[in-house]
Design a protein around this ligand. Structure first.
Ligand code: SF4
Length: 316
């Protein structure tokens, strides 16, 4: 049986190879980011709850880590939405820590870092990686389209307070988009917040995967000197993932759907993952076109590259 909550290890620019633990139904979030690679937020909520029974997740984590631990560098809570919306996240993190000596990472949008229970949960992890795409409320609402109960300044104070107490690594990711937040003025506003938060590092990314809103674009190259100017020694710009995704069984359709549910994949990455003695690129192209003709997956050209993602029919 394919795992329901755990996947990978998958390659990650920031973490090397990482086992992912996805504890939310797709797609559950308190944001509706214009650049989200998972598509539109179908469960838009800011209420923390246990979306699946905690015991089921812990049992699977135990089994999955046991058989994949040697192949991974990190165990990461991430996936089909915002992981801090899972109410008993603290218990899940502690369980994973008890099972494995690998560092535990939580990738979050940061919106709930001002919540004391969320802070307590994340204190048990080794790495926390929130995002910050805007330096003021107006742009925050435009880019992240947060739940109305989320207040930008309160959220930033949450970043500052959590950073002060947290002993692990705290790195902020900024997604820079053409004409949205790539001007010197907007980047300086973000930098001002970073100066208050004092993260260990920042990672600047651009939307390399097909975004929810088709008008979201990668910035022009002339943004690089502006980024260097604003962020100085922090410049760390767009390194696409390297390495293959790990596959579990010989069922191409199930394996592919399991992977692209979380990450639309580049066609060449699919080739790298699935090419074997049995399958060459032509075989895989044929399988992709059959699944597309059954409306299970769809092709999307973005930034001159071919990506494959699930159709909305397959997500439901
Ligand atoms: S990018 Fe992350 S925070 Fe934004 S809508 Fe998608 S899952 Fe939510």
């Amino acid at each position: 049986m394919l795992p329901k909550f755990c996947y990978g290890p998958v390659p990650s620019r920031r973490l090397g190879r990482s086992i992912g633990i996805d504890i939310l139904p797709s797609k559950t979030c308190n944001y509706q980011c214009i650049y989200c690679q998972l598509g539109k937020t179908t469960h838009f909520s800011n209420t923390r709850q246990n979306f699946f029974p905690k015991e089921d997740i812990i049992n699977e984590i135990k089994k999955f880590i046991k058989s994949n631990e040697e192949k991974t560098d990190y165990i990461t809570f991430v996936g089909s939405g915002e992981p801090t919306l899972y109410r008993d996240l603290r218990d899940l993190i502690i369980s994973a820590k008890n099972i494995s000596e690998k560092p535990i990472c939580v990738i979050t949008n940061g919106s709930l870092l001002s919540d004391e229970e969320v802070q307590q949960a994340l204190m048990n992890s080794d790495v926390v990686l929130p995002t910050l795409d805007a330096g003021d409320e107006k742009l925050f609402i435009k880019i992240n389209r947060p739940h109305p109960s989320i207040n930008f300044e309160k959220m930033i104070q949450g970043y500052i307070d959590f950073r002060k107490e947290f002993n692990g690594k705290f790195g902020i990711e900024i997604l820079v988009m053409k004409g949205i937040n790539d001007s010197k003025e907007e980047l300086l506003k973000i930098k001002n917040k970073l100066d208050l938060i004092k993260p260990d590092r920042i990672d600047i990314k651009v939307p390399i995967r097909p975004p929810t809103e088709s008008w979201v674009q990668i910035p022009d190259k002339n943004v690089i000197p502006i980024l260097n100017d604003v962020f100085g020694e922090y410049n760390n710009i767009n390194f696409p993932e390297r390495g293959n995704f790990s596959v579990f069984s010989s069922n191409f359709e199930m394996e592919l759907k399991n992977l692209i549910e979380r990450h639309p994949m580049k066609q060449e990455q699919i080739f790298e993952t699935f090419c074997s003695k049995e399958f060459n690129e032509q075989d895989i192209l044929l399988k992709l076109s059959i699944l597309a003709s059954q409306n299970k997956i769809k092709k999307e050209i973005y930034n001159n590259q071919t990506f494959w993602k699930l159709t909305s029919q397959s997500i439901q």
